[in-house]
Unconditional design. Structure first.
Length: 353
């Protein structure tokens, strides 16, 4: 383990210093690539304040999206290069009409894990078909447990439909559910301990994600970020609030947690589930990044915040061979920044999260 004397500071936010372990190779080796996040659509049935600009976004025509066959082609290349996990995202992936076909194609490739991140509004009808098609795990994005606040954050979403979706997922056999909460100072941060309590009741992993400013995401009238970067509440404070409620948190072996994501995972006495923290702003994990992102139109992107990106669309339409696609993956990995910027230039829904 590196000592403090052998670490290099990585500043992200003004007034903060972050350390890059001296033993870290950096993310620019194809050997470190384990996860491909695949956005199947830029469309969404919610309008979350931290994701959509106030005037909304112009959605792509469906003809601009990669076909299921083209997604399969890229995924097979990724598997050949050592990718073990794929995660389907959006927008909201359940609004893509060919979603089940896409899942079946990915399942046939032989990945260790096929997962899906969803707002849960359509799980009531899709949980069982998704399980049958080959989805191994589901992550739900829920940013409030209060129906009125959830509706305000999401631009009209119904929390009762999310509860129905969770029950349908449970009935379909999804036992390793993860719940992501984006914590926004002055908006929903008073609920972090309530979310953590879910891990006492259920064998779920509840993950707290620092607000990441991307594109022209908007804020609410009663929003107050104080002196921090807009909306940011750092996870060390989130953890402190949780421990005040449920007691000390103890780290668990990351290898025992499903998936290959960046969360630091903890448990506590009396919890059936686990607590995770994704701290991209206060504790960037760029030196451990093991993923690339594929947008719905076929752009292979090195980082959520910063491109490097390579448009695979023309290559796929021209019938690109495996060697050409593998070369694009190699080039894209080499574009990863040493540390991401403080603000991303494009909307979350356009990048696949």
């Amino acid at each position: 383990m590196a000592t403090l004397e052998t670490q290099i500071p990585l500043p992200i936010l003004d007034g903060h210093q972050h350390a890059r372990p001296a033993y870290a190779r950096g993310p620019r080796s194809i050997d470190s690539l384990r996860l491909l996040r695949i956005s199947v659509t830029d469309r969404c049935n919610l309008r979350c304040v931290y994701c959509m600009p106030e005037k909304g976004v112009k959605f792509l025509p469906r003809t601009a999206l990669l076909s299921p066959g083209q997604i399969e082609t890229v995924a097979r290349t990724a598997r050949d290069l050592g990718v073990t996990h794929v995660k389907l995202t959006g927008g909201e992936p359940t609004v893509r009409r060919e979603l089940l076909e896409i899942v079946r194609r990915l399942d046939a490739i032989g990945f260790e894990d096929v997962s899906l991140t969803t707002n849960g509004l359509q799980l009531n009808r899709l949980a069982a078909p998704l399980r049958e098609a080959g989805v191994d795990r589901i992550t739900l994005s829920i940013d409030s447990l209060r129906a009125d606040r959830y509706r305000k954050i999401t631009g009209g979403g119904r929390l009762d439909l999310v509860h129905q979706g969770i029950e349908s997922a449970r009935a379909a056999g999804f036992s390793r559910i993860k719940i992501n909460m984006v914590v926004i100072r002055g908006l929903n941060d008073d609920e972090v301990a309530d979310f953590a309590e879910l891990a006492r009741e259920e064998a779920w992993t509840i993950r707290f994600i620092e607000y990441m400013p991307l594109g022209e995401s908007r804020v609410l009238e009663d929003f107050d970020g104080g002196d921090e970067a807009p909306g940011l509440l750092e996870n060390h404070e989130v953890r402190s609030r949780i421990e005040t409620r449920i007691g000390p948190l103890f780290p668990v072996n990351r290898a025992s947690e499903t998936g290959v994501g960046p969360a630091e995972v903890f448990t506590s006495e009396g919890l059936r589930g686990r607590i995770g923290f994704i701290s991209a702003m206060s504790q960037p994990f760029c030196e451990q990044c093991n993923r690339l992102r594929l947008t719905a139109t076929g752009v292979l992107r090195a980082c959520l915040f910063d491109g490097g990106e390579i448009d695979l669309g023309p290559m796929l339409r021209a019938g690109a061979d495996t060697a050409s696609l593998a070369g694009a993956f190699q080039s894209c990995v080499a574009m990863k920044p040493e540390t991401h910027s403080a603000r991303g230039g494009r909307q979350m829904s356009q990048l696949g999260g």
